[in-house]
Design a protein around this ligand. Structure first.
Ligand code: DAK
Length: 263
């Protein structure tokens, strides 16, 4: 792989978009490599993913404007489909994905971070949807995911004005969960990912599914989705170990972590 690095540490996998000279902009090769990397994540071992960008200036400065500028209509459609498929794969990936946003997250960069479950950013991060200034609409789900995350009034303001916002404003409007100095971003994200990976994997996966799928339907249907995924946890080794841990009378044993299984 030329533009994607994938490393693992225990049950946490880190994907780094590594095209620093173009501020990690997404061209078709980056999208293709990201797609393949996701397909190759060993879900028997990895329980949480981190997505970040190489360097300390940019997470992803958007889709590659140079490549897009010469696309024909058909090629534009193919590029859009590739991007949307990969972004959707991230969003529906069975395990949580945390975006560690280490700088510019513009256009497709902001959109890819919004396809992740959680966004944590560095204090130099900049978010924005500059597309209307380029004569296009956000095309990788920005109009949909931004409105769901920060509410339609704020999303419309950001998209119509094409104004970039800094980390503190992104935090204030709920686009990111936390802001850290650049050098603390990855350690803090790794700590959060490791904490998630310590929890029962089937339950964590089912929570992601319940939240994602429940948000697409009305409350009556959403509750049915939750019931089903709740029920699915029973009779698993994790549920037995988790509840057994709690009920264990012996204090020593009670505090001892019983490792969870992936089955
Ligand atoms: N694409 C290609 N190259 C980029 C890039 C981008 N998005 N952003 C930066 N670069 C390259 C620059 O061209 C420059 O390359 P060299 O000239 O050194 O070869 C290098 O990265 C460093 O950039 P700068 O010299 O500009 O660095 P500065 O610090 O001065 O400025 C900046 C940083 C992030 C403010 C600036 O680079 C910038 O404004 N970049 C563009 C940001 C942007 O507008 N991004 C949104 C792109 S539009 C679709 C679906 C989705 C999309 C499109 C279609 N379909 C469904 C069909 C998505 C669209 C977008 O993301």
């Amino acid at each position: 792989m030329e533009f994607i690095k994938y490393e693992t540490d225990g049950a946490v996998g880190t994907i780094t978009i590594s095209r620093e000279k173009a501020l990690n902009a997404l061209n078709s090769q980056v999208l293709e490599e990201l797609d393949q990397t996701l397909d190759n994540v060993d879900l028997d071992v990895i329980r949480c993913l981190i997505l970040t960008g190489a360097g300390d200036k940019s997470f992803v400065a958007g889709a590659d404007i140079g490549e897009m500028s010469t696309l024909t209509k058909a090629e534009g459609e193919a590029f859009g489909k590739k991007g949307n498929d990969v972004f959707r794969k991230l969003e529906t990936f069975p395990i949580p994905v945390i975006a560690a946003v280490n700088g510019f997250a513009l256009g497709g960069g902001c959109e890819i971070s919004m396809s992740c479950d959680i966004r944590i950013c560095s204090d130099n991060a900049v978010f924005g949807q500059p597309e209307v200034g380029l004569g296009i609409t956000p095309g990788f789900g920005g109009t949909q995911r931004l409105a769901r995350l920060v509410g339609q009034g704020m999303a419309k303001q950001l998209i119509y004005t094409a104004r970039n916002i800094k980390a503190d404003e992104a935090y204030r409007i709920g686009l990111v969960n936390a802001v850290y100095p650049q050098e603390e971003l990855l350690p803090a994200t790794q700590k959060m990912a490791a904490g998630i990976a310590m929890n029962a994997p089937i339950a964590v996966r089912n929570c992601k599914k319940a939240i994602n799928e429940g948000l697409q339907v009305d409350m009556d249907q959403a509750i049915v989705i939750e019931e089903k995924l709740f029920g699915d946890c029973f009779e698993t080794e994790d549920q037995k170990a988790g509840m057994g841990n709690f009920l264990e009378k012996d204090k020593e044993k009670k505090l001892k972590h019983v490792p969870f299984q992936n089955k």
